[in-house]
Design a protein around this ligand. Structure first.
Ligand code: IPM
Ligand code: MN
Length: 358
């Protein structure tokens, strides 16, 4: 059986980092005798600027037939902010019902963190960001626009089913991690919200979390943090966290903080996951298209390689994923920095080294 993978290089440095990720996947495929085929799509700014088209219904239908999607980055200085983000990235998340955004926050040995005195053993957790609900649903509106009396609303929308399916994934992942490592098992699963102020949505999430935890996962320790406090603890005591679960916008914000403490956008990867049977997930580096570094062979492909590793893991190729991670670790130890232009290596050299070590 072959894994059919759709590849969207996208804009800016997207195609450069995706190229290195594919190099690494091909190396792993050779070593572990895995069959993969890649189908490249040209969605992104260039096509939009040329044709006015972002993606159409039939192309979304095509994407639903793949086993996974590998995405570089979207965003271009000549395209008004929001057009590609909403028209491509968010549209795919919604249409493919990728209701989990899984963002590991893991500090690898040799990688610099801005947190003084924190070591790899202190920063090793995951954030599960609900990925299809909340403020991202686009409910709201504006009236009297442009006048002194303008009113704008943007609603945080959640229903019990959307909350429950996200929590289910979080509890199951926590169970799996606890089996993997006693260090994880000693820590709770943490719900992050703002239920002292968001008394409707926060209450829904909190009750659903407590009910599911008590009923189906009584053996798992549960904890709750307000989002503002969680921000503080991510910086002060990241070692307290293992699996964190939160709603969409809070998850968006706190995972940028997570990316920074694990060494920056050069190393932070994520998966937009549809865990259901037949669901198609999409994996991407968390960094954007970085226009100012485009075409210079200086951008760090490590986050894209990490996304490829998560993708192959989700396809059941756990041995290959573990080998990629080991090769990533060894390469990061050799790099001067994880920041673009300061790596002591070029983009292609980083990819070559990871691929070579496999
Ligand atoms: C992210 C990004 C996106 C989001 C943007 C580009 C729409 O910030 O993946 O975290 O808000 O989800
Ligand atoms: Mn974000």
């Amino acid at each position: 059986m072959s894994h059919h993978i759709a590849v969207i290089g996208g804009d800016g440095t997207g195609p450069e980092v995706v190229r290195e990720g594919l190099k690494v996947l091909n190396a792993a495929a050779g070593k572990f005798n895995i069959k993969m085929d890649f189908h490249h799509y040209d969605f992104g700014a260039e096509r939009y600027l040329k044709t006015g088209k972002i993606i159409d219904e039939s192309e979304i239908g095509e994407l639903k037939k793949f086993n996974a999607i590998y995405l570089g980055a979207v965003g271009h200085p000549e395209v008004k902010p929001g057009i590609l983000e909403q028209g491509l990235l968010l549209r795919l998340r919604f249409e493919l019902d990728q209701y989990i955004n899984l963002r590991p926050v893991k500090l690898y040995p040799g990688v610099d963190t801005p947190l003084k005195d924190k070591k790899p053993e202190d920063i090793d957790f995951v954030v599960i960001r609900e990925n299809t609900g909340g403020i991202y649903t686009g409910h709201g509106g504006a009236t009297r626009v442009g006048t002194q009396d303008e009113i704008a609303t943007q609603l945080m929308v959640y229903d019990r089913r959307t909350v429950d399916r996200c929590l289910r994934y979080a509890f199951e992942l926590k169970k799996k991690r606890n089996r993997l490592n006693p260090k994880y098992a000693a820590k709770p699963i943490t719900l992050i919200h703002k239920r002292n102020v968001l008394t409707y949505c926060g209450d829904l999430w909190y009750r659903a979390f407590e009910e599911m935890g008590e009923k189906d996962y009584p053996e798992l320790k549960r904890d709750y943090n307000h989002i503002d406090a969680a921000n503080m603890w991510f910086v002060k005591n990241p070692e307290w966290f293992d699996v964190c679960v939160t709603e969409n916008l809070f998850g968006d914000i706190i995972t940028d903080l997570g990316a920074m403490i694990q060494g920056g956008l050069g190393v932070a990867s994520g998966g937009n996951i549809n865990p259901d049977k037949g669901g198609v997930s999409m994996f991407e580096p968390m960094g954007g298209s970085a226009p100012k570094y485009t075409g210079q062979n200086v951008i760090n492909p490590m986050a894209a390689i990490g996304a490829a590793m998560m993708m192959i893991d989700s396809l059941g190729e756990t041995k290959a994923a573990a080998a990629i991670e080991k090769a990533m670790e060894a390469t990061m130890l050799k790099m001067k920095s994880q920041s673009a232009g300061k790596m002591g290596m070029s983009t292609t050299e980083v990819g070559d080294m990871v691929a070579g070590l496999i």
